[in-house]
Ligand binder design. Sequence first.
Ligand code: COA
Length: 329
Amino acid sequence: MYNDKKVGVIGLGKYLPENRLTNKDLEKIVDTTDEWIRARTGIKERRIAGDGEATSDMAVSAAKKALEDARLKPKDIDLIIVATITPDMFFPSTACVVQNKLGVDHVPALDISVACSGFIYGIAIAEQFIKSGRYKHVLLIAAEKMSSVTDWKDRATCVLMGDGAGAAVLGEVKDGGILSVYLGADGSKGELLKMPAGGSKLPASVSTVEGRLHFLKMQGNELFRHAVKIMAEAALKATEPLGLKGDDISLVIPHQANVRILNAVAKRMGIDPAKKVYLNIDKYGNMSAASSAVALAEAVEEGRVKKGDIILLDAFGAGLTWGAIVIKW
Ligand code: COA
């Protein structure tokens, strides 16, 4: 590291669309049951954005709350990062749309496409810009309208996803802050979770639409196996260099993909999932990048994270990508 500047989260915000889609509602759409979904995933309901509501709208709502929490104005931000795999459109980036909606023209803005690990990667990028002295305040938003890429005829995936946004302002802190960052990726397993069409490889056409190729496709079983192994390994890679053991972690705030994955990861880490793993998957399902961001915002809001606590963010997603971050609050 170039200096001993401490970087931390100085403001948090979230936005969840009002419209709730319950498991009972899904029973009317596909061949599934509330019991199956709850037992296999831990999800009870998820939020669905309105037709006219874009990812940038949710992102702006979350960002405004994070700025308020940080007691900053949009003009105090030096860089905007939006983590999303469901941008408003291919280009311009959603970050540029957000920049415009926040009324801060000329502030640099970029999207990152890291799927469910987007919030973790975003924190890592923001940390470097602040540590180097290039920027003082970075606004990181993780926002997803997963319902826009969900195949409502595929019961194996449509029960899992939800829409929402979380935002964090990062800046220099006096104590604590980010203690360690571990990131990883494995492109050889990209086939396990992808949206096949709409890009340069398979541009949109009548046949891609008819073939339902603009929806996410997932090999759930295979991913499940990788998720448990990789999230447990990532947790270790982020905590071991600091000499931290399971007991030293106050709270794990993981990406919310499946409650069974999270219980298995906690077991491998030797921690009690009932006490030390933050869960909100029951309310929101898997919101890709937004999941970790909303989980962190809610954990703090609910008083589950206190000053001096050691928290671990841990995520895994399409790519494959993964990452874990230890923060002293
Ligand atoms: N309702 C009822 N039955 C369903 C169903 C649904 N919504 N979805 C799948 N099933 C059926 C399957 O068709 C299968 O039936 P069969 O045995 O007759 O073939 C059976 O349930 C078991 O399917 P399986 O895929 O083995 O279930 P699972 O226990 O692996 O759970 C997931 C499926 C998707 C919940 C689970 O694999 C998972 O969470 N995977 C990882 C997700 C993930 O991490 N995603 C991305 C990373 S962010």
